[in-house]
Each structure stands twice: as C-alpha cells, then as structure tokens.
Design a protein around this ligand. Structure first.
Ligand code: ADP
Ligand code: MG
Length: 253
C-alpha cells in the first residue's frame, strides 16, 4: 500500500520543494514508484521535475475544485518511476473557491484514495501557508515531513505547524503522524548551523533524520534545468545526501 507524505512548513524557502523533487527522484532511483503531487500555486515542484507548466492543461486545481479524476492529470517525467500531478498558477484561486464547498478539507484525500495503491510513495509539496490547501494535504496524508532550515529562528513558527497537525489529527485524520524533521541548507563552516542542529534535536529528539542536507550550489541550479539532482549532477554532494535521505525514509541500508 502506498504511503502519502506531506512536505510541509508554512515558512517559505526552507527546502520543501527541493526535498519533494529530490527525495521523490531518489526514491524512484532506488526502485520505488513515486508520485509528487504539487499543491503550491507557484508550481515549482512541477517545473523542477521537468514539466513545462505552459503545456499543462489540467492540473490539481481541476481535481480539487471540479472533481476531475486525479489519474487524468498524472504526468510522467524523464526519471523512470517518477510521476507528477502538476500545479499551475490557476491553483491560487482554489483556496478561496473551496471555502463555500462541501467537504472542502477532504477533497484531496478523496481524490488520492483512487490512486494510493498505484504508488509506493506519494509526496505532497505544500505551499508556504497553513490554509485550506495545506489542510487538504495533511488530511490526505499518512505522515508529514517537516523541512527546517539551519538558520536563526529555525524553530519559530513550528508550534503553529504542530498545532495545525494536532487539529487535523483530532478532527479530520486520526492517522496522521510526524514522519520526520529534516534539517536543510546547513552551512558547515559556521557554528550557528551546529547550534541549530542541537536545538532542533532537543525539541524533536528521535524524529530528526540522521541525514542533514548541506547547502549545495548544484541543488539550487538543478530546478532551472528542470532536472532532479540525481539527473542534473549525480556525483554532487546534493545527490548523495538526497539519496541517503531516500534510503532513510524507505528504511533500506
Ligand atoms: P520552499 O519550497 O520551502 O519554499 P525551496 O525548496 O524552493 O523552498 O528552496 C528555496 C530556495 O533555496 C530555492 O532557490 C532552492 O533552489 C534553494 N535551496 C533549497 N535547498 C538548498 C540547498 N540544500 N542548497 C542550496 N540551495 C538550496
Ligand atoms: Mg516550495
């Protein structure tokens, strides 16, 4: 049975999309069948996985708002075993358009129920907010993976996210778990990063992944080529660490 993981943090720029695309591609690389569902109107996971947003006619918006079957919008990618449900800027309207609709929080879950068993992993790339789109993602998920940037104020705002997780657990999805906390963009040359690691580990304890994602220039270049790091530069440090993370998530040695 497929496992659905939301990649969420309402802070922008913490590495959600980079993790969705590269963890997804690396899980595919180790033989898992993976679907990335982009629910950020920016559509960065869509383009980062190599899909030209200009060529996308129907996207997750049509699934959430117009009840289009999700399998109709699944696209394959240049990476074997890696598929994407794209988002375009049209999705920006969904947050408001869904407000007056019936079952507005469970629309993504209902759509996902149809395809869940077709994949080993489904990763949902969340927008930088705790609005209805993120609620839909958490409601549809088995667990949530929280990227935390190794920066000052790393823990700031996380209590709001955890509170939202608790509310979803209570009212919409009893099964939701914390998959893990991923430290991202570590600059190993500074002491600050090491302090942040200690602070986050103290707070989240054994939920923190052993794999820590360093700052790596190749990771920031890859999206403009529409390629996951494992294709763009498989020998880079970025590719190595996301492969390590994929093995940690899939619990293979
Ligand atoms: P989010 O989806 O949380 O907003 P992104 O994944 O888009 O964050 O990352 C924000 C920016 O930082 C992007 O330009 C991305 O390319 C860059 N970035 C993310 N992770 C790394 C990293 N480990 N090293 C260098 N740049 C990174
Ligand atoms: Mg993003």
């Amino acid at each position: 049975m497929g496992k659905i993981i939301s990649i969420a943090n309402q802070k922008g720029g913490v590495g959600k999309t980079t993790t969705s695309v590269n963890l997804g591609a690396c899980l595919a690389f180790i033989g898992k069948k993976v679907l990335i569902v982009d629910i950020d109107p920016q559509g960065n996971a869509t383009s980062g996985a190599g899909i030209d947003k200009g060529e996308v006619n129907e996207c997750i918006y049509d699934v959430l708002v117009d009840d289009l079957a999700i399998e109709k919008v699944i696209k394959d990618t240049a990476v074997e075993n890696l598929y994407v449900v794209p988002a375009t800027i049209q999705l920006a309207g969904a947050e408001i358009e869904l407000v007056p609709t019936i079952s507005r929080e469970v629309r993504l879950k209902r759509a996902m129920d149809q395809i869940k068993d077709d994949f080993d992993y489904i990763l949902i790339d969340c927008p930088p907010s705790l609005g209805l789109l993120t609620i839909n993602a958490l409601t549809a998920s088995d667990s949530v993976l929280i990227p935390v940037q190794c920066e000052y104020y790393a823990l700031e705002g996380l209590s709001q996210l955890l509170n939202t997780v608790r509310l979803v657990q209570k009212h919409l999805n009893h099964h939701l778990m914390i998959e893990g906390v991923l430290l991202t963009m570590l600059d190993a040359r500074t002491n600050l990063g090491l302090q942040v690691i200690q602070e986050v580990k103290k707070y989240f304890q054994n939920k923190v992944y052993q794999t820590i994602i360093p700052r790596n220039i190749r990771l920031s270049e890859a999206p403009s080529h529409g390629e996951p790091i494992i294709i763009y530069d498989p020998k880079s440090r970025g590719a190595e660490v996301y492969l390590d993370l994929a093995k940690e998530v899939a619990e293979v040695g």
